[in-house]
Design a protein around this ligand. Sequence first.
Ligand SMILES: C[S@@+](CC[C@H](N)C(=O)[O-])C[C@H]1O[C@@H](n2cnc3c(N)ncnc32)[C@H](O)[C@@H]1O
Length: 276
Amino acid sequence: MANLKSIYLNPEYMVKAWNQFLRYSDERAVISGWIDSNLPRYVTTQDENEGISILSIGGGTGEVDSHVIKSLQTKTNRILNVAVEPSRRDLKIYKSLVENRKEFECVNFEWKQMTSGEYRKSYRDKKTKFDLIHMIQMLYYVDDVEETILDFYENYLKENGCLLIVIASDNWNRFNKKFHQQPVYLNNLVTAEDIVEILHRRHIDCTTFKLPSQVEIDECLKKSKIGSVILDMITECEDFMNSAPADLFDDVMTYMKTDGSVANNGNVMFKNDLQA
Ligand SMILES: C[S@@+](CC[C@H](N)C(=O)[O-])C[C@H]1O[C@@H](n2cnc3c(N)ncnc32)[C@H](O)[C@@H]1O
């Protein structure tokens, strides 16, 4: 067990594993589809002259963020998008994705290379409030989930603004519960169920949506190189295939096979359920 290393201790590798995971899952399409069908209903222009202001926390390389922006351009073409992202590399890709693109000509982008905690400290007194704050697949990376959510909700969101959180749910809850006693998981195992509990406890109304998603795990079952990287993202542990004790490795593989299902094309799919 002592050999197991959390994937979060190696951010560069984490990004590689995350991208590999995305290649084998429908996560991006599922989130984008949900945004198109739902988000515009929840975000309103409170001042026609100002348009819509968006604060993106952990926007990564900007693919999902640009989708959020496009979905709201149906309401106004005046958009301010402030992206808070600690990774210099991700911000560079994000900028190249949106800069000089005709569809984003009217969008005012601001980039903050910092963590959510640094943003909260730096902008505490500036009183800039937003119509939409989103945290999409990022709350796993903060130590103080409850404090982060409440601070953004109470101090950075306009009245009638919308706070959007997209995060792992359902089967991840079961998976985490089964394996989280193992000292593999140094990161934050927060899921949608925890967020809903926090919001209810604080008497904050929320609407939840299930976003069923899947990741193909044939490569993991074949124990190929690609499969090893996908498995690292699932277990959140670097080189899990070679460093996990045999019984833990077998337990995880058996769980994945049992919980998985066979798609029409014969591929084995593992649930990657999310919730908004
Ligand atoms: C899994 S990616 C999600 C990116 C994007 N939201 C998406 O859905 O594609 C998580 C992102 O959160 C960023 N991140 C990690 N720790 C953070 C923190 N403390 N504050 C803000 N962002 C953070 C990472 O650099 C990464 O880009």
